[in-house]
Unconditional design. Sequence first.
Length: 372
Amino acid sequence: MKNIYVAATGQHIGKTTSTLGIVANLQKMGYSTGYCKPVGQQHLTVNGKTADKDAVLFSQVIGFELMPEYHSPVILGRGATKAYLANPEDFNYPQAIHAAASKLEPDFDIMVYEGTGHPGVGGVVDLSNADVAKMLDAAVVMVVEGGIGRTIDRLIMSMALFREQNLPLIGVIVNKVIPEKHDEVTQFVGKKLERMGIPLLGVVPFDKTLLFPIMETVNEVVGGRVVFNGHRLNNRVEDIMAGSLVDLNEFSAFRNILLVVSHKRLNEAIEKVKQIAKVKNLKRTPLSGVIVTGDGKQANWYKPEEMEHPYFIKNEIPVITTQLDTYGSVVKVSRIEVKINTRTPWKIKRAITLIREHVNFDLMIEELQKLS
């Protein structure tokens, strides 16, 4: 057996991050390592063909020519569930998955398949993560979110589907662990897994930099309109500041800040930012972007020329307007679920490093070889 299936106990656990780290670091160890997302939900169009967004990401980061029919053979887009339930005979998803495996696997020492959502996702069309891993004759690496009691409970529940299929679990990666609790989680989760006969492959600390959104994402969540400097939407956001609360004592690190301010307070807030930057002797603007907010009611409440502040032009600060008020905008931005993508290269590099530093790849290979 040379196939690894990366599953997770739920969404937003770090499955893509872990998969990226596994593929990149196995390659670095000298193993020819392939990638496939057999079942996807969120997709993009590439050269006229539909592919899962993670497959697109991996093709660019790992460096392979994307063949959507093989690297992303099944897409469960809008309406797919109803269509399948109405006429299941019209679909042959297993054939597409097997065709992808037959095409890709002969070219690699190890094939890594990335799962979708929690273990049961896809079950409605007979493609749960366990169903797919079984089709691919793959051993499972399970990614769980950091903690002790809740982590173990979720793991036990999530393993049930894979156990039904008699699939081997070659190890567990505990992700997003609070750094101060790293040793404690390693000790107690490790003890429980040892009793269960499951290897603990690694305990990966939470890294807040992986949660930083970029301005493009901010614009999307607030339903914004880009007024100035749209070419800087790749700027990362590390903190949020409401315009009415701009104060020198509020920030220990005054950089990559998203200013959210009412159009009525815009000029006042910019003057405060300039003063603080001068006091702190900053060589560049501390702002990564600005949201100029409305009253929560009217869509066209502003004139673009009213936003044309010289500070934005001089520092190339992306400026977004939104119908939302300041409070509504801050809430929306603070709830962003951030995903790694090709426009966040610092996250890609950091994710690969985190997995390399905290996952025991020798143990992973050893467990995989036991199954050969």
